[in-house]
Design a protein around this ligand. Structure first.
Ligand SMILES: Cc1cc2nc3c(=O)[nH]c(=O)nc-3n(C[C@H](O)[C@H](O)[C@H](O)COP(=O)(O)OP(=O)(O)OC[C@H]3O[C@@H](n4cnc5c(N)ncnc54)[C@H](O)[C@@H]3O)c2cc1C
Length: 448
């Protein structure tokens, strides 16, 4: 066992870890920064959406981790097993210990295939795919799709990039049109959420796409509880809808190709045309089964298992297991020399790389203040996150928002483009601009 010592230790060399480390090293010369990261590869995950739709190669999303680690940082290539914030030590899988004065925690999110009955057995065959796990397989499923029910769904847990489950749905719908499979296909979006998107004007624009452009059958308050991969069935339980709402089923009033669903209580088959009646009459707790031909899902997610057991995690409450940080300063709520970035935190906003772009400068400013013996008083983070919603093979709208679902569109970009409307220039930003900014600006520590 060896004990390493570093002034600042960063856990995770993904989006958050590299961005914060690079900005720190630009902000103050001579800092001793170590990054603990086990992977040889660094992935640009936002492009998985395009890979899943056959619009980009997976190989274009990967670069060598050693090229992303800032030159002046030390790379410790190992897994963290636990953190002891009282003795200010990180324990590695090799048994080595890394002692720190200040800690940045950014190990990302964990995918839990055990979180839904039958998912582990069903995933990766018979049309069950996920851009969160293997976008190449999504594209294989999509290009072999010959019509039927294409079901898009997401779990009741928090997930990274909550827009991603519907982005691949729009791209699939466009693919289906281009291949003239519309008449043979029903696209279904089933979500535990209650709206297609929380913030205007993006909500109105997306409603236009799901209702008018692609005629998607939508189910809200639908919690996925089981997948039967052999029978190609997804089982749902209904959640309570917000006060006064009873409209679980939307845009379901036409006869649709291929659809079959049934109530497990009595096995009674329900045709789509009937859905607005009987299906909306079923109340909270009712079960419904959707038969699919292809199923894209976001799997259940949580903070990493080892992290959940540390003293930096919320011990209870709705955010149990996620890292407890102040939502404006990003300092740990329990330890003043620790800060959190990205997906592992309990910040009440969408978990995205774009959010981290705005978190990093706040972490840097506050960490330097703490190092100088001051308080972490800079309340610089306002919950900014963004979601580039690709709605076709050549159209995107850029949803930018902050805490409480308030729109927060970039003023400069908004001078030239209506970012709330899907457009071709925004698509070019997604396909070329954002990847360029990620590799050459965000990971290099530029604050913009
Ligand atoms: C399909 C999909 C689409 C997305 N689309 C977008 C988008 O359009 N825009 C956007 O902004 N974001 C998008 N995201 C989300 C974005 O990729 C994440 O929010 C972001 O990468 C989170 O950064 P992070 O540093 O918290 O975690 P990650 O970038 O996941 O990094 C975590 C790092 O920690 C390392 N690690 C894990 N365990 C350990 C351990 N025990 N010890 C040490 N290191 C460890 C991992 O190897 C990894 O390198 C998308 C994600 C997906 C999956």
């Amino acid at each position: 066992m060896t004990t390493h010592k570093h002034q600042i230790v960063v856990i995770g060399g993904g989006t958050g870890g590299i961005m914060v480390a690079a900005q720190l090293l630009r902000a103050r010369k001579g800092l001793d920064v170590a990054i603990i990261e086990p992977s040889e590869e660094h992935y640009y995950q936002p492009a998985y959406t395009l890979v899943g739709a056959g619009l980009m190669k997976k190989s274009a999303t990967v670069r060598k981790e050693k090229r992303q680690i800032p030159k002046k940082a030390t790379w410790i290539k190992d897994y963290v097993e636990t953190i002891d914030p009282d003795s200010m030590e990180v324990i590695l899988r090799s048994g080595d210990v890394v002692a720190y004065e200040y800690l940045i925690v950014a190990p990302g999110i964990q995918i839990n295939l055990d979180g839904i009955e039958g998912l582990k057995e069903a995933y990766g065959k018979n049309g069950v795919c996920s851009n969160y796990i293997d976008p190449d397989y999504t594209w294989e499923v999509l290009r072999n799709f010959k019509g039927g029910v294409a079901l898009f769904t997401q779990p009741a847990t928090p997930i990274k990039c909550p827009g991603a489950p519907q982005k691949i749905m729009y791209l699939t719908a466009d693919h289906i049109r281009r291949n003239k499979l519309e008449d043979k296909t029903t696209i279904v979006f089933a979500t535990p959420g209650t709206v297609i998107f929380g913030t205007e004007p993006f909500k109105t624009e997306l409603k236009h796409y799901v209702n008018e452009v692609y005629d998607v059958a939508q189910r809200y308050g639908y919690k996925l509880v089981k997948i039967d991969g052999e029978k190609k069935e997804a089982h749902y339980e209904r959640l309570a809808l917000p006060e006064g709402r009873t409209d679980y089923v939307h845009n379901d009033d036409t006869n649709r190709a291929g659809f079959k669903g049934y109530y497990p209580e009595n096995g009674q088959i329900v045709e789509f045309a009937e859905a607005n009646g009987p299906l909306n009459e079923l109340k909270e707790g009712a079960r419904f089964v959707i038969k699919y031909d292809m199923l894209h899902l976001a799997p259940p997610q949580s903070a990493p298992g080892w992290f959940r057991k540390t003293k930096l995690a919320n011990p209870d409450g709705p955010d149990k297991g996620w890292m407890a940080v102040d939502k404006h300063t990003l300092q740990s709520r329990f330890y003043k020399n620790v800060f959190g970035a990205g997906d592992v935190t309990d910040l009440p906003t969408a978990r995205t790389g774009a959010a981290i772009r705005k978190q990093a400068p706040t972490i840097v400013k506050n960490l330097l203040a703490v190092m100088d013996g001051k308080d972490a008083a800079y309340e610089g983070y306002n919950g900014y996150s963004s979601c580039p919603l690709v709605v076709a093979h050549n159209r995107m709208l850029l949803a930018e928002f902050k805490y409480d679902n308030v729109r927060s569109s970039d003023p400069l970009l908004s001078k030239f483009f209506d970012t709330g409307k899907a457009s071709y220039p925004m698509w070019l930003l997604k396909r070329y601009g954002l990847p360029f900014m990620y590799w050459n600006m965000m990971l290099k520590g530029y604050n913009f």
